[in-house]
Design a protein around this ligand. Structure first.
Ligand SMILES: NC(=O)c1ccc[n+]([C@@H]2O[C@H](COP(=O)([O-])OP(=O)(O)OC[C@H]3O[C@@H](n4cnc5c(N)ncnc54)[C@H](OP(=O)(O)O)[C@@H]3O)[C@@H](O)[C@H]2O)c1
Length: 229
């Protein structure tokens, strides 16, 4: 499958590695491939420059957001929250069409330091903002409640017996994303909970406030929640 991943950070890189290992064609989208490859500094989380990663992963293409969207069947959105809408604007509605967009973003605001606050809460969400800006794109919010290691290795936590969520307006798109989570990343069908329409992204995005405090208390991002009844 031809898959675009918007985002050159640790999430984009981790997912790309997992997907090319399964022989998918992966194009990572960025604002400027030249500038991204020319950067030599680590990011604020200590991840090395993209160019160092890319020389080890030459089977992953790097392109502008528009070029990546144009050649893909589905798009994974893994930019920072502040750049999410802008990345889709740069991709262009004509290249996005009615494609499925797996929205992994959280609307994090680091302007007041750590832990970050959320730039949109309660009565709106980043997922809804994306869906409003691009009504034809089939936005499905998912995987934003787990660290990138857990996204692609759910079995690393409690043998995979924990949950991941889907929020989106298009039932068929959510079914497809549920299948992607299973075949691409190894989630089980029992672990996937469809929360409802895209407004339910408010819940999973605001969960970040709890996620980050749990992480800061333990220093370990390998955890998740399990819904038990
Ligand atoms: N890290 C995790 O474990 C984790 C877990 C769950 C969810 N998330 C979410 O996943 C997303 C990606 O996280 P990350 O840590 O991998 O990367 P990140 O550092 O949050 O984002 C890097 C990406 O954002 C793009 N970007 C920044 N400003 C932009 C702008 N104004 N317009 C367009 N694009 C812009 C960058 O583009 P360039 O390539 O052009 O520089 C880069 O590709 C975030 O929304 C995060 O909240 C992360």
């Amino acid at each position: 499958m031809d898959i675009a991943i918007f985002g050159t950070g640790i999430v984009g890189r981790t997912l790309a590695e997992k997907l090319v290992a399964q022989h998918h064609n992966v194009t990572i989208g960025t604002r400027s491939p030249e500038e991204t490859l020319a950067r030599l500094d680590a990011d604020s989380m200590g991840n090395g420059p993209f160019c160092d990663w890319h020389v080890q992963h030459t089977n992953v293409s790097l392109a502008t957001f528009a070029e990546a969207a144009a050649v893909s069947e589905a798009i994974v959105l893994a930019t920072n929250g502040g750049g999410a809408v802008a990345s889709l604007e740069a991709a262009g509605a004509e290249n996005l069409g009615t494609k499925i967009l797996l929205d992994l973003t959280n609307p994090l605001d680091f302007s007041q330091g750590m832990p970050p606050t959320l730039s949109v809460v309660n009565t709106d969400s980043l997922g809804e903002m994306l869906q409003r800006a691009f009504p034809l794109v089939r936005v499905v919010k998912t995987l934003n409640t787990v660290s990138t290691q857990v996204m692609v290795h759910p079995e690393a936590v409690a043998g995979g017996r924990h949950n991941v969520f889907l929020s989106g307006n298009d039932s068929d798109a959510k079914k497809s994303v549920g299948q992607y989570l299973q075949s691409w990343f190894g989630w089980t069908s029992e672990s996937i909970i469809d929360l409802g329409d895209i407004t339910t992204a408010r819940g999973t995005e605001m969960y970040f406030a709890f996620w980050v405090r749990t992480f800061l208390a333990s220093g370990n991002p390998l955890f998740n929640i399990s819904i038990v009844r």
